[in-house]
Design a binder for this molecule. Structure first.
Ligand code: CP
Length: 314
């Protein structure tokens, strides 16, 4: 694909606006393919993709698997819990063992932030980040932006509000990096204990008042409270969190008429969003999942066109 030079997709931070637009253009054509009677293309025939998920996932893992199959790649799903990692084998040796199968693409989700570039030393495959610690979740941000662009017809200059557990959110970081490439105005909102000081330096506005912040947003991204990454409690009680930061039937009355409300999933209903709003908001959240398949087909297509050569690594 003209204009695409990257071997790996490690983060949105590394992508140019033009590269994001290339992914969107491909995703639109793959979305159209997924609506046909025969949903398969031969683009990755003869290529091998390995899904390595060291953390739980429903949406990302299944959509990468389906995306690779729709593009006719051979797919191997590696499960860390039933692997020799549980017998003490190192991550380095695990990757080196899988490299013995000459894979073309490794899709990796892992709890450690910013370790993927390091892991790329042990394989000639293209690495696609499916979420690394608190760092980045590039395909989630791409599917979020693609969904917004589909609905609003543009990304430039929008006001984007990201709400909740900002500290532990790779989705927040990737969306900030992505939307900023389209000159969006970004505000993050949540308890002060869940917004790191360094976000100041990312060029985003910080708010601790959801009722105020909600009024001028074109897009609201509600984040999941990540209990599994919180070693200590960052707010006094769920009740207090819900009172201040949940999207409720009362609060939703304050949003702009054409505001889009998204959530990366999984949703803790009645924590981030009131279950009274499920009927109204779930269809768009599921549209995000649908678009995730198209985005991941585009990303795998681009990653799969790269040869297994060290010189390509950047
Ligand atoms: N949004 C997201 O990454 O969901 P999963 O954890 O289910 O993949």
């Amino acid at each position: 694909m003209d204009g695409w030079q990257k071997k790996h997709l490690l983060g949105i931070k590394d992508l140019s606006r033009q590269e994001i637009e290339i992914i969107f253009e491909l995703a639109a054509s793959f979305k159209e393919l997924s609506q046909r009677e025969v949903k398969k293309a031969p683009a990755l025939r003869g290529k091998t993709m390995i899904n390595l998920f060291f953390e739980s996932s429903t949406r990302t893992r299944t959509s990468f698997e389906l995306a690779a199959k729709r593009l006719s790649a051979d797919v191997l799903n590696f499960s860390s819990s039933s692997s020799s990692l549980s017998k003490g084998e190192s991550l380095e040796d695990t990757i080196k063992n899988l490299e013995a199968y000459h894979p073309d693409i490794l899709v990796i989700r892992i709890g450690y932030s910013e370790c993927l570039h390091n892991l790329s030393r042990y394989t000639l495959a293209s690495i696609v980040n499916a979420g690394d610690g608190n760092s980045e979740h590039p395909t989630q941000a791409l599917l979020d932006m693609f969904t917004v662009k589909e609905i609003k017809g543009k990304l430039d200059g929008l006001s984007v509000l990201i709400v909740g557990d900002i500290t532990h959110s790779r989705v927040a970081r990737s969306n900030i990096f992505g939307f900023q490439k389209f000159s969006a105005h970004i505000k993050v909102c949540g308890p002060s204990t869940l917004i790191p000081y360094e976000f100041d330096k990312l060029g985003v506005e910080i708010s601790y008042d959801f009722d105020e912040a909600i009024r001028d947003a074109d897009v609201i991204i509600m984040l999941r409270i990540q209990k599994e990454r919180q070693e200590i409690s960052f707010f006094p009680s769920i009740r207090e969190y819900v009172e201040k930061f949940a999207l409720t039937a009362e609060r939703i009355k304050k949003i702009k008429k054409d505001c889009i409300i998204m959530h990366p999933g999984p949703v803790n209903w009645d924590v981030e969003i009131s279950s009274q709003l499920k009927e109204e908001l779930h269809p768009l959240i599921l549209k995000q999942v649908e678009n995730g398949l198209a985005i991941r087909m585009a990303v795998l297509y681009l990653a799969g066109t790269k040869k297994r050569k060290y010189e390509d690594i950047n």
